[in-house]
Write a protein that binds this ligand. Structure first.
Ligand code: GCB
Length: 609
């Protein structure tokens, strides 16, 4: 069971119990929990909601900035009638690492704060009795783990996170925790790959189970009518006149997988699947063979009080705002998001560039400051690289296994702004790209986002990308304010360079943006004012509109978000088109106007090849 990352769903054969609620919680600054028996009982806990990030609940700085080990405790009950089942606890996300104890016994360790893991429980639980679940988490940043940073120890002995990235290091049991009971023989995983052959739609599927009984697949349309079926662990279903999944026009078929013993159902698992193809051809991104232009955002999972904790209300609001503004896509900067976000994107027809938590891959301790100056940091030459690569590859596997069946996922973003100005990045990233390509049966495009200083003459790795994603800040970090006219010339100059270097790839602006105070209005504009944000965006779009290989714009950021404190940030990063509490800045109305008027296949180049 521990291998299965399938979303927890009850069915005729499966049981799911939600373990969320208030748990006990305690910081362990002296690292003494293990020696003092906290594995069965926390000595002086406070209550803590699960899921959540702990940082923004407390009123003192030591708690907000807390870095080190912290412990959770709760109780759960396992009914005796589950004795013949395989049972486990599923953590949807424990940032950044966790050790799990049941009734005092260590039963699992997991590294990586943004992907799920299941802890098998048989053998460790007491049936028909309460069981004690204790989780030791740790949120220290290191150069051999993702996201990358370091942990400093202050003179008073307290630890402090020094991220190489520009978002607050929120941590904790960020997403739901569930108790699962599955039949011993169960569906562990499956993949689907879609093929459009004239009027025929073929779905190639492959199911992994823990036994040898027969597997059946039945496919139902949205009215509940069965439209196809097949038998066998691997096979093809053909759907006549299939309604394809499209941008902002989603259609989801229900795929029901069953393990059967004669007519008896041993296990049943179902998933809503959108049928579509995605590919890159020349400078086009094609969905179902038709070009698409990405309009949208780089986002964060970030909200008031709950930090990076799962927040269904904010998820709902974000999708409503994205629909209102006429966006069609977003990037999950800078880590895999909650599974429910991809489910909603599937349902609403949004295109997602799915990013891994490989962020901070250059030594840069002050938000973005070092990243902008171009000074080499020899990041990929550090001795921590072999270990970092191992963790990175495991994270790629977990990301792709978790998300590969979502129609919304149209590309994998395998790193944010790695230091690709240095040759040493190439062998590292080659391995990461090779792993991703080998795991995705849909062969979705792979990319990384390119750092500002990795210009066409300096980037050593862009050839790995199927779509080139540029993070560029001309008019903000480079030549901002009154110099914006020069910024535009520099910007155009760089793009001319790219036109020469990559003649046959689509480009997407995965970041561009200007910090903006929601209360500041200035005539004439100055940097930080709402007027400047719009002028800056107009300049960027003028540039994008004049290069036909640019196939998308995802502005940084959807909403203001929290970062470390410091001279670069005023209460966080303010590049949001919306405020942190999800209200529009002036730029939101500007975007609405622009995106409503851009056709879905804007810059269709097919007839020019
Ligand atoms: C970037 C980073 C992003 C930052 C952004 C900024 O290039 O990828 O994490 O928040 O710049 O606002 O500086």
């Amino acid at each position: 069971m521990s291998q299965s990352l399938l979303y927890p769903k009850a069915s005729v054969s499966r049981r799911v119990v939600d373990l969320c609620g208030f748990w006990k919680f305690q910081f362990d600054p002296e690292n003494k929990g293990g020696a003092e028996g906290w594995t069965t009982k926390l000595p002086s806990p406070v209550s803590m909601p699960v899921p959540s990030s702990f940082a923004d609940f407390f009123t003192d700085k030591d708690s907000r900035e807390y870095t080190g080990d912290f412990w959770y405790e709760t109780e759960f009950f396992v009914p005796g009638e589950w004795r013949d089942k395989e049972i486990g606890i599923r953590f949807a996300a424990a940032a950044h690492r966790a050790v799990v104890f049941v009734n005092g016994r260590e039963i699992a360790v997991h590294e990586g704060g943004f992907t799920p893991f299941v802890v098998p429980l048989n053998g460790a639980v007491k049936w028909d009795e309460p069981n004690i679940l204790v989780v030791k988490c740790n949120n220290e940043l290191r150069e051999d783990r993702i996201p990358v940073g370091v942990t400093a120890t202050l003179q008073n002995g307290r630890k402090m996170a020094k991220p190489y990235f520009d978002f607050f290091n929120y941590a904790g049991l960020l997403r739901p925790v569930t108790l699962l009971a599955l039949p011993k023989e169960h569906i562990a995983d499956f993949t689907v790959r879609h093929e459009l052959k004239g009027a025929d739609t073929l779905v190639h599927y492959s199911v992994e189970t823990t036994g040898d009984n027969v597997v059946n697949l039945a496919v139902f349309d949205e009215d509940g009518k069965q439209v196809a079926s097949a038998s066998g662990k691997d096979g093809i279903v053909s759907i006549d006149n299939a309604r394809l999944w499209n941008v902002r026009d989603a259609y989801l078929y229900k795929f029901v997988f069953r393990i059967l013993d004669g007519s008896a159902i041993i296990d049943e698992y179902s998933e809503d699947i959108g049928i579509r193809t995605v590919e890159v051809r020349g400078t086009d991104i094609l969905l179902n063979g038709k070009p698409v232009y990405l309009k949208g955002f780089g986002k964060h999972e970030d909200s008031d009080s709950n930090g990076r904790g799962y927040n269904p209300a904010v998820i709902k609001r974000d999708f409503e705002l994205m629909k209102w503004i006429s966006a069609n896509s977003f990037r999950t900067a800078h880590y895999p998001y909650s599974e429910e976000i991809y489910q909603m994107a599937d349902r609403e027809g949004f295109l997602v560039i799915d990013e891994i938590a490989a962020v901070g891959m250059m030594t840069s301790t002050l938000n973005f400051m070092d990243a902008a100056n171009g000074k080499p940091t020899a990041f990929f030459q550090k001795e921590t690289m072999p270990q970092l690569l191992q963790n990175h590859l495991t994270a790629v596997e977990e990301l792709i296994r978790r998300d590969r069946n979502h129609a919304c996922v149209v590309a994998w973003c395998l790193a944010n702004e790695p230091e690709t100005t240095d040759e040493s990045a190439l062998p590292y990233l080659e391995k990461v790209f090779a792993r991703a390509r080998s795991l995705d049966v849909q062969k979705r495009p792979c990319t990384f986002t390119s750092l500002m200083t990795a210009t066409p003459d300096k980037c050593k790795c862009v050839q790995l990308c199927d779509i080139v994603c540029l993070n560029r800040y001309y008019g903000w970090y480079v030549k901002g304010g009154y110099e914006i006219g020069e910024a535009e010339l520099w910007f155009r100059g760089e793009l001319e360079g790219w036109r020469k270097r990559c003649t046959d790839k689509p480009f997407v602006f995965s970041e561009y943006g200007a910090d903006t105070d929601e209360a500041l209005h200035k005539l004439p504009s100055v940097m930080w004012s709402q007027e400047y944000q719009t002028e800056y965006l107009e300049m960027c779009h003028r540039v994008f509109d004049s290069f036909d290989f640019i196939k998308g714009e995802q502005v940084w950021n959807f909403a203001d978000f929290m970062t470390v404190e410091g001279i670069m940030r005023v209460g966080g990063n303010k590049k949001g088109v919306f405020t942190r509490d999800r209200q529009p800045k002036a730029a939101a109305f500007y975007f609405k106007n622009r995106w409503e008027s851009l056709p879905g296949d804007y810059k269709d180049n097919r007839n020019k090849r």
